[in-house]
Design a protein around this ligand. Structure first.
Ligand SMILES: C[S@@+](CC[C@H](N)C(=O)[O-])C[C@H]1O[C@@H](n2cnc3c(N)ncnc32)[C@H](O)[C@@H]1O
Length: 253
């Protein structure tokens, strides 16, 4: 029984998401600087919320052993094609029960799908349990400190907030944001995709609620889960335009 019965459903937009979310050299450069250089060659990395496998695929090319977990069956089918050498697990990260065999766990923009701080802390505890002693945990998630500023629309105003849009010859990918609950920092995201298939444009949609946590909420949840050496970095320092990345460790006992 979950605190919030909210399941992110990327299945309807899996195909267009795969066109949009490609391998990114800059992102791997950030990972190289912050975690990979501290791992042994061939180390085992778990990517939680791996989606179409774009990150595990890049890590595989660099010789790491990789496992990806995601709740979207459609995205995992695509991931298997994108990264045939990786192992994939279909599952909910809130129920993560894996052996402590991973040298690093990474996660890119997934924790916003956990709508309660208790759920976030619980998932951090599960991540902690899957890591080897000395293991590294690195992740990004949209931050309330950055997203909810004075220009955010009022709750229920139904104003479209800011958009992500990617228009190409064979697909269009759109993310629209709406304020759902300003106090709780809950946003509604409306995903819309168009794909050109056999000369016909096909539309797909999926709406979800997401929560933006503050830096202090994230750090205290990490501490409560047992993590230490908690650092936050600005990926812009490494030439990327992604948000803040958190890096911490399960200390050897
Ligand atoms: C914004 S996407 C990010 C995907 C990927 N990390 C990337 O960088 O492209 C969020 C992903 O988290 C997955 N997800 C959301 N909630 C989940 C849960 N409770 N358990 C497992 N995966 C989940 C979704 O299916 C989706 O693939």
């Amino acid at each position: 029984m979950y605190l919030v019965e909210n399941v992110a459903n990327y299945n309807p937009i899996a195909s267009v998401y795969n066109s949009f979310a490609k391998e990114r050299e800059l992102e791997i450069l950030v990972l190289e600087n912050l975690i990979l250089q501290n791992l042994s060659p061939g180390a085992h990395i778990l990517d939680i919320g791996c989606a179409n496998g774009r990150t595990v695929s890049q890590l595989n090319t660099r010789g790491y052993q990789t496992t990806g977990i995601d709740i979207s069956e459609e995205l995992l089918h695509i991931a298997q094609t994108n990264s045939p050498e990786s192992k994939f697990i279909l599952g909910d990260i809130r129920e993560l029960e894996l052996p402590a065999i991973y040298d690093a766990v990474i996660s890119i923009d997934v924790f916003c799908h956990l709508l309660k701080l208790e759920e976030l802390t619980n998932v951090f505890q599960k991540v902690y349990a899957t890591l080897n002693n000395g293991g590294i945990f690195a992740f990004t998630t949209p931050l309330a400190d950055e997203i909810w500023n004075t220009t955010s629309p009022e709750q229920g105003s139904d104003i479209e907030w800011f958009n992500k849009i990617d228009v190409r010859d064979n697909y269009v990918y759109l993310e629209r944001y709406y304020s759902h609950n300003q106090e709780e920092k809950l946003r509604k995201i409306k995903f819309t995709g168009f794909k050109l298939i056999n000369a016909v444009w096909q539309r797909s949609d999926s709406d979800m609620l997401v929560k933006d946590y503050s830096i202090s909420e994230i750090k205290s949840a990490l501490l409560n889960a047992g993590f230490r050496e908690i650092e936050q970095y600005d990926s812009k320092d490494f030439g990327d335009d992604s948000p803040v990345i958190f890096v911490c460790r399960k200390l050897s006992v």
